[in-house]
Design a protein around this ligand. Structure first.
Ligand SMILES: [Zn+2]
Length: 258
């Protein structure tokens, strides 16, 4: 399995981080496969730095660096130069997670938009894929991506309609589903998940958040993603093997991972 979105730098893993991350590659009671690749995403400059440190210690861990809309208020011009340097020199395979969040509005919307646009422009210039967070900001996120000219990336923990997923697929993007697709009342997300072409589908945990049913509410990790793979396999009428294989190969292609 390739978990395309996690936060192993989260304080929720402070007690046992090394044990959890080192243990991902071996099968366990939740996961008969084991996890071959895990992408851990930064959400601030500090957290991106921690993500890189993890990627340097574990061969199966890759990092993404970027500033989340929640943290946009503290962003400064020098941060862009640092992100660029990291992307070139470190085990960073994407700019993310970046985007807009109009649900919490932890940073003012004009600041969120400015910081998002600056990081999209950086990704465009570097030819880097982007990892997009879009919470209740669909129109503005789509407009900013179109304006930037970025055509490589992933809509993370997708929760929009199937029509919007189709627009992103046409643009060149991948669509990633987390444990939220397994939740009750997620019929709209399931419909979107059934509609995404097999060569653009990704899966993720967003660990430590969004553990899939039947583990909902507990701390998530990449092993529990097997339940999401099973759910998607059932919804799409294919084998769990084929979901795991195609999402892994898709992620390797998007993030240029060998
Ligand atoms: Zn995330």
């Amino acid at each position: 399995m390739f978990d395309t979105h996690s936060h192993y730098d989260s304080t929720k893993f402070d007690e046992d981080r090394d044990e959890v991350v080192a243990g991902l590659t071996a099968p366990n009671e939740f996961d008969p496969q084991g996890v071959k690749y895990a992408l851990t995403c930064g959400d601030s400059m500090e957290s991106s730095r921690r993500a890189i440190a993890l990627s340097e210690r574990f061969a199966h861990v890759f990092a993404a660096g970027g500033v989340h809309p929640h943290e946009a208020d503290g962003f400064c011009a020098e941060d862009l130069a640092v992100l660029e340097q990291w992307y070139v020199q470190k085990k960073i395979v994407a700019i993310g997670e970046i985007g807009l969040d109009y649900h919490y509005d932890f940073s003012p919307r004009d600041v969120q938009k400015r910081v998002f646009a600056a990081q999209l422009d950086l990704a465009k210039r570097l030819g880097a894929p982007v990892i997009i967070h879009d919470r209740e900001a669909h129109a503005d996120v789509y407009e900013a991506i179109l304006k930037s000219g970025v055509t490589r990336g992933v809509m993370h923990s997708y929760s929009g309609r199937r029509e919007m997923a189709r627009d992103y697929v046409e643009l060149g993007f991948y669509i990633s589903f987390s444990g939220s697709v397994t939740f009750k009342n997620a019929q709209g997300i399931v419909e979107a998940a059934k509609s995404v072409p097999e060569d653009r589908l990704l899966i993720e945990t967003d660990a430590p958040y969004l553990a899939p049913v039947p583990y909902r509410g507990r701390r998530n990790d990449s092993h529990l993603m097997y339940a999401t793979a099973e759910f998607l396999a059932f919804a799409r009428g294919v084998s769990v093997e084929s979901i795991i294989n195609s999402t892994r190969e898709n992620a390797k292609r998007l993030f240029s991972v060998e």
